[in-house]
Design a protein around this ligand. Sequence first.
Ligand code: FAD
Length: 292
Amino acid sequence: MQIPAPFDYVRASTVNDALELLARHGPESRVIAGGHSLLPMMKLRLARPEWLIDINDLFELDFILLDGDHLRVGALTRHTALLESAEVARLFPIISDAEAVIADPVVRNRGTIGGSLCQADPAEDLSTVCDVLRAVAVVRGPGGERLVDMKEFHRGPYETAVAPDELLCEVRFPVRPSSGSAYEKVERRVGDWAVAAAGAAVSLADDGSVDAAAIGLTALGLDGTIEEAAAVLLGQQPREELFVEAGRQAAIACDPVADQRGQIDYKRHLADELTRRVLRLACARAAGTQEG
Ligand SMILES: Cc1cc2nc3c(=O)[nH]c(=O)nc-3n(C[C@H](O)[C@H](O)[C@H](O)COP(=O)(O)OP(=O)(O)OC[C@H]3O[C@@H](n4cnc5c(N)ncnc54)[C@H](O)[C@@H]3O)c2cc1C
């Protein structure tokens, strides 16, 4: 049986309260949201916080709200809420695609978008989704609120721009006209972490050409988006030969490691194939020829 090292526990009642508790208990304190990443790490003693600050009473961080040209999602929003949201499916089908393949209902009912992003596991599906959607993180700390682009948010495996005395409060997704997005993942069995996955978001100009594109990969040794692959599409009418070339670029750009999930060549092949598939679907969705 795996048992965590001893720790103290306190429930925060508001965001300000959580921030005060983080300041009072110092860098050895950690917030706990769904607990589906933190608790396993504590059981394995890969994390040994002295204080757990429970943020599950912070209902102010549990919302999905269309506000002007942004969809605002509170950090405590559960995977299930994202999966079941018709607004999310309509505006950002990539989020629904990804949520449908994250773990199982038990994990999805409890795990949160904030916990997923702050955990920053290289196989984390929502990190790629947020990268390609050019999401912005709203982070609060003792110095007030700051906005952090996904490019700066991710610092590397298990490392983000959120300081030990800060709280991720919200993720903002810019809503773009004539846009479409998609996510596809290969897993060894249903609900497993990705062997490899790809996400894409595209926007089309009035003449149907690609105005903006972003492509990202999960579990393939790559941070952020692949600019070379996106450049292939820019200003062009979407078509199969461009998807093939973008897939080729993605396979070159990624840097997978061989492990029990597969060999390097196999993973590069997945980067190529999955990139083609998500681009096909994202472009079709943007053109309105495929439902979100
Ligand atoms: C069996 C299993 C299978 C899984 N499969 C997948 C999968 O296929 N794909 C996938 O993407 N994920 C998967 N997960 C992970 C799952 O999505 C977790 O819910 C998620 O990674 C963490 O969310 P959480 O709310 O549980 O975070 P927690 O475990 O509570 O926290 C994780 C980390 O984030 C910090 N944190 C949490 N919230 C905040 C905040 N608001 N501000 C600052 N720091 C914060 C915590 O201090 C901690 O360091 C799986 C998990 C399990 C147990």
